[in-house]
Write a new protein. Structure first.
Length: 134
């Protein structure tokens, strides 16, 4: 896999993904686009959400929505690394099993999500979840 990041101006950069998509990043506290650290956080949420939705569908669950809220703590001094991330999943559906949600979320963060597994090597990674059945 190969990506490219090009400086635009100030502290703004354009990242080009291997699949040909572009995204702007802003190293100035995210004033005009997501910061690189915000991108890492969104990548963790996106990667784990793919696992959760796929896992629920494979388990024949009638899932209609999946949202993950990520709460972080970071070091106060440089490098301002994440020290803790909690991923809170809100799953919506019809008669979705809490037990299956619990298993699918845990499996994503502990077995399948590449981003979370990389981050989990250096930080405390936790999760929580709730089910909203229609």
């Amino acid at each position: 896999m190969q990506a490219e990041v090009q400086w635009v101006d100030g502290l703004r950069f354009i990242g080009q993904s291997p699949s040909g998509h572009s995204i702007v990043m802003d190293g100035n506290a995210g004033s005009s686009a997501p910061s690189p650290m915000e991108m890492v956080l969104m990548a963790a949420g996106g990667c784990s959400s793919v696992d959760v939705v796929n896992g629920l569908k494979q388990a024949q669950q009638a899932v209609t929505g999946c949202r993950v809220s990520l709460i972080t703590e970071r070091r106060e001094t440089a490098p301002r690394l994440f020290t803790h991330i909690n991923l809170h999943f809100t799953i919506e559906g019809n008669k979705v099993s809490s037990e299956i949600v619990e298993q699918v979320v845990a499996d994503s963060l502990n077995k399948y999500c590449s981003v979370c597994l990389m981050l989990g090597e250096s930080i405390e990674l936790t999760h929580s979840w709730e089910v909203i059945n229609a």
